[in-house]
Design a protein around this ligand. Structure first.
Ligand code: GLN
Length: 313
């Protein structure tokens, strides 16, 4: 008996319908006050396959705060700038701790476990900033997002950036603490200013899925033909996403979804099906680890129905 290849478009529509019925929507992030204003019932999904075919459903064109998903792109930029020297100031091991944890830093002398927990992402931002003014570094990050998506309209939500700047005491503590070990090169307020602003980039699922395509296709964006990174680097970024992209929920995400992925507290997840697709989902309600609850549920259904887990069916 032969199995029909599932139709991507109908799978995506089915999933959006199923998600719309769910009552267990999680909690929107409230520690960044501006994010608490987002409607918990929003849901978007976009899948761009290897041929550039786009399957979309729900609020797929609504921009949301990408938050920690920006850390995939700052990692890519920092590796381009300083190469493997980056690994002197940040590790690449799963942390098993919450995204904003401070405890490990003391034992590990100010070197964060990986580039996706807040401390690690702040170090990565600091590396991009060195030798530049904050405005230039931020411009570089934003232009990178516009280049990847071929969309100059992508912008920073200044309200979200200001909201986090006013309330980001824990990130301030983390950065001061790392500065005391000599891990942070620039003034703390400069590094954090750039960090808060790149977390506040607003993008839709469609834009985010477009931005992730180079990771699904050996470092090359099939839409533009641009080689963004070497295949080896794309592979390595994917592996850091798989191991660390969901903080202390990374094991659960790998178990259920089986793809490299990166979440943000805005409720977005970027997931990469190597060779097959770049996927963005958005559902603002979070689970206890600060990852999108229904975003993960939607991705689990997608990989199961399409047979896309990197671990096989
Ligand atoms: N800007 C957020 C913070 O630093 C990002 C956290 C996240 O998305 N997990 O707390």
């Amino acid at each position: 008996m032969s199995h029909a290849v599932p139709n991507l478009e109908s799978v995506v529509w089915e999933i959006a319908d199923e998600i719309a019925q769910r009552k267990d929507r999680g909690e929107v992030a409230s520690y960044i006050p501006e994010l608490a204003c987002v409607d918990v019932n929003s849901f978007g999904i976009v899948v761009i396959d290897a041929d550039g075919h786009v399957a979309a459903a729900g609020d797929s064109e609504t921009p949301f705060s990408i938050q920690s998903i920006s850390k995939v792109f700052t990692l890519t930029l920092a590796l381009g700038k300083v190469g493997d020297r980056l690994w002197r100031v940040v590790g690449r091991e799963p942390s098993g701790s919450p995204f904003n944890s401070i405890v490990q830093l003391e034992r590990e002398r100010g070197i964060p476990r990986n580039p996706f927990i807040n401390a690690g992402a702040i170090v990565v931002t600091d590396q991009i900033l060195s030798g530049h003014q904050p405005r230039e570094a931020l411009g570089e990050i934003l232009r990178f997002m516009q280049f990847l998506t071929n969309d100059p309209s992508i912008a920073i939500d200044e309200h979200v950036a200001a909201s986090e700047q006013r309330t980001g005491f824990r990130n301030l503590a983390l950065t001061n603490y790392m500065k005391s070990f000599g891990v942070i090169e620039n003034p703390v307020d400069f590094t954090l200013g750039v960090y808060f602003h790149h977390c506040a980039i607003a993008m839709s699922c469609r834009q985010l899925a477009a931005a992730g395509r180079f990771l699904a296709h050996l470092g090359r964006n099939p839409a533009t033909g641009h080689s963004v990174v070497q295949p080896e680097r794309a592979r390595r970024i994917n592996s850091v996403m798989l191991m660390c992209g969901h903080y202390d929920g990374s094991g659960e995400f790998a178990y259920r979804v089986g793809l490299p992925g990166k979440s943000g507290v805005g409720g977005g997840i970027l997931a990469i099906a190597p060779g097959k697709a770049s996927i963005a989902v958005w559902s603002p309600g979070l689970d206890a680890n600060g990852n999108s609850h229904l975003g993960r549920v939607a991705l689990e259904a997608l990989t199961k129905r399409m047979g896309w887990s990197i671990f096989g069916a």
